[in-house]
Design a protein. Sequence first.
Length: 504
Amino acid sequence: MRQSNPRSPNGRSPRASRASRGSRAAATPVAAVLIGVLALGGLSACDSTAAVTSSALTAEQAEALVGSDFYDTGLVHSITIDYEDADYQAMLDAYTETGDKGWIPATVTIDGTVFEQVGLRLKGNSSLRGIGVDTEAGAEPSTTADAGADGGAADGGGAADGGDGSVDTDDPESLPWLIRLDKYVDGQSYQDRSEFVVRGNTTESSLNEAVALELIGLSGLETEKSAAVRLSVNGGDEALRLVMESIDDDLWNDDTFENDGITYKADSGGDYSYRGDDPAEYTDIFDQKTGEDDLTPLMEFLDFINNSDDATFAAELSTYLDVDAFATYLAAEDLTGNFDAIDGPGNNSYLRYDSSTGLMTVVAWDANLSFGAIGGGMGGGDFGTLPDGAMPDGVMPGGEMPEGIPEGEIPDGMPEGGMPDGAGGAAMSGGNILATRFLADSTFSALVSTETASLTTSLYDSGDAQSVLDRWTALLEDQASDLIAADTLQSEADDIASYFTADE
């Protein structure tokens, strides 16, 4: 429940990114290099640039994109992907037969800068199930998938775009993609980023995720930048997609965190359980994404949160975890109504270990189910629904509870008739041992309540959240009106805005 508290946010401001090291893009030459690109975008002399082409863009809009900051939220950006149809079909065949997401080479053009030999693969889990994964001989893959929401798994992912949660392999611009510039060309990057995640969503605008990511940043937490994008694949029609930074990207980690450390990704099919001191026992529940190979900090953390008694947990958690940041994380996820957070069905989270402080921090990820985008009354929003039989990773099709939760039983930490304060809609999943124990402790729970009240004041009551939403809405209205109907855009914006005044 929202409370009124005039206290300013937790006193921590988002850590400023390190100064840009300059673009390291290595692009293939094209016929002409536009004069002035170097000055506009800080691109190196070897970068190759072509004019941005789109029948819906004015000449001024197309010119503004060339050399612009890709994560400039005052522009709808442009990405085109081109690949060989045979490679694409082979990738689909491999996925439908084994579930493996293989890479294919592609030519990718980002705001006019052309990159050859780029790695491209599907990204997601439940969002791709309907494509037809089947290891039985002779199984025929389907071409249209009823997509659930983003489960995160080892690589995140999300429900494909299109507003109804559907993905269609005949319309590859609807699919969730991972673009990796340095997959085949060492060091190839664009504006200090080598990975770009083409997100999926059950809404047409993706406003819910774009706004949620910004609000997480305004809460004082690390977050990923995002950009509204016109995406075209193999010369097909453009689709409005949200593209964001990847936490897996070494460059993102270098720029985001002040100290050296290790980034771990929680798999959607796993949990935060302790499995002993053998690193091999953790390969199906966590992936190490950055840093020197070392699961020791993770195992020690999991040992503590699972095996310490309540008194020790309360007294010593701050020597393992950035407690204030975690309270802010839970408060922010609650305020943005994210069904699919750390304690949601997809187990969606990253853990960042700071080698200097020895502390873990939970890094927010996967916000495409924020502000009620899952439908069904999850927090009040009514835009976007999951197709029949589709649920986020960790909840089986048909709405079954996660493995290990007996049917009809209430998960630990979820009292009858309600959810723990600060747990948000995500708590219905069966919980997360860290979140459950944190919220069960009166002192830690009070931190979450205080932070929720503080962020309510600083983000919602101040009008800052509405300003973020208005800016994104105006951007799409002005520069993407050919890709989304005005009434749809306004309806989805109104659904989000209802969260800002829900308890007034």
